[in-house]
Ligand binder design. Structure first.
Ligand code: NAD
Ligand code: MG
Length: 383
């Protein structure tokens, strides 16, 4: 049987480990060529011993020797540093690069993988938030597929299958509303990181969990959707759906709407991205109507959760604005997790950073990387 060979960037994270669960369940059809991690050497070693990839990268240089020694005697190349990520995605045997790195740190490896003609399974939404126009232009130029892993975008992508001749009128991205849905500013002014880390429906990495609590995650997803599906800002709407069963909806120009639904389990969109255009049989838990007597919907509260409004505004401004917003957000989320900024303080720092960084209307990759660094510096100063 023909199999697909995959590079998993960020294999030690929430999406990365779930992707390896999917790979493990199809030993005849999916094969791992590359695994990479930021700094979790122990887990990377364990994964490498199990999946026997051709190469592993540990980005943190200080862990290189530890990984190298543990894998001595295995035919697995070990390298470290950011540049190594750009090397390994180019290997000839790779069919799909699954990018599950968190943050704008994932941008360069996506770009390099596209330039080497690899299809991309994209979890790293920050790639498109920072440089969506440039990245989608490259994908078209190199004729590679951009296969969404984010559950909402996978839902839209699935709804669009067979609709190639039918333009989208509008899409609705669903949002769970996070742990603070329905709360007011007074409540939010004193929430702790422990409260923010308790997501009602999904178990995810720390950064995206905080983004979900602040609705920045939905803001990032609006921007991601705009570029993935080539939409105008006015065509992307957000609806809060606390049960996270309907993963998103598309409305066509005859008014008909298609939705994709299922239990909230990232393994499903991960698998679809890896097996597209096919659906492979699996044993994931099935949806049971008895457990969900009602599915409910409500508008998003962008007055209380400013981040979603900030993201729409950054998208309208265009140029490097979303890149600046994203970088400032990465800094404030990190600071919030270290208890150096308050929950509401995060939005203030992001807005001030947007005011202070110089706007560039048509940035190059270098301009984006510069804006990213500059915004991090300014956001850090503001905290
Ligand atoms: P995570 O923090 O659990 O894992 C991140 C991975 O990236 C780890 O393997 C880590 O070692 C690696 N990494 C961290 N910093 C790095 C750096 N500077 N350079 C290279 N590698 C680095 O994150 P996650 O929750 O798995 O999310 C990964 C991406 O997927 C994010 O962009 C997130 O928004 C997106 N996403 C996640 C989920 C989810 O359910 N977790 C759902 C949809 C989208
Ligand atoms: Mg999502």
């Amino acid at each position: 049987m023909e199999y697909k060979t995959i590079a998993v960037l960020g294999s030690t994270g929430s999406v990365g480990t779930q992707a390896l669960d999917v790979v493990e369940s199809f030993p005849e059809r999916l094969k791992v060529s590359v695994l990479t991690a930021g700094s979790n050497a122990d887990l990377l070693i364990k994964q490498a011993l199990q999946f026997q990839p051709r190469a592993v990268v540990i980005v943190d240089d200080s862990q290189y020797l530890c990984v190298k020694e543990a894998l001595a005697g295995h035919p697995i190349a070990v390298s470290s540093g950011e540049a190594a990520l750009e090397e390994v995605v180019q290997y000839e045997d790779i069919d799909i690069v699954l990018n599950a790195i968190v943050g704008s740190a994932g941008l360069r490896s996506t770009v390099r993988a596209i330039q080497s003609g690899k299809d991309i399974a994209l979890a790293n939404k920050e790639t498109l938030v920072v440089a969506g126009e440039l990245v989608m232009g490259l994908a078209r130029k190199h004729q590679v597929r951009m296969l969404p892993v984010d559950s909402e975008h996978s839902a839209i992508f699935q709804c669009l299958t067979g609709e190639e001749a039918n333009p989208i009128e509008k899409i609705y991205l669903t949002a769970s509303g996070g742990p603070f849905r329905g709360k007011d500013l007074d409540f939010l002014s004193s929430v702790t990181k422990q409260q923010a880390l308790k997501h009602p429906n999904w178990s995810m990495g720390a950064k995206i969990t905080i983004d979900s609590a602040s609705l920045m995650n939905k803001g990032l997803e609006v921007i991601e959707a705009k570029w993935l599906f080539d939409l105008d800002v006015s065509q992307v709407d957000v609806i809060v759906h606390p049960q996270s069963i309907i993963h998103s909806l598309v409305q066509f120009r005859d008014g008909s709407m298609k939705a994709q639904m299922g239990l909230p389990d990232m393994k499903l969109p991960i698998q679809y991205a890896l097996t597209y255009p096919y659906r492979w049989e699996n044993t994931f838990e099935r949806f049971d109507f008895a457990n969900f007597a009602s599915l409910t919907f409500e508008p998003a509260d962008t007055k209380t959760f400013r981040n979603l409004a900030i993201a729409y505004e950054a998208l309208r401004q265009g140029g490097n604005s979303a890149c600046v917003m994203n970088a400032a957000n990465e800094i404030v989320v990190d600071a919030f997790l270290k208890e150096k900024v308050s929950f509401l303080g995060m939005s203030e720092v992001i807005e001030k950073t947007l005011e202070r960084v110089q706007h560039v209307a048509t940035p190059t990759l270098e301009d984006y990387l510069y804006a990213d660094q500059e915004s991090r510096r300014i956001a850090q100063e503001l905290i």
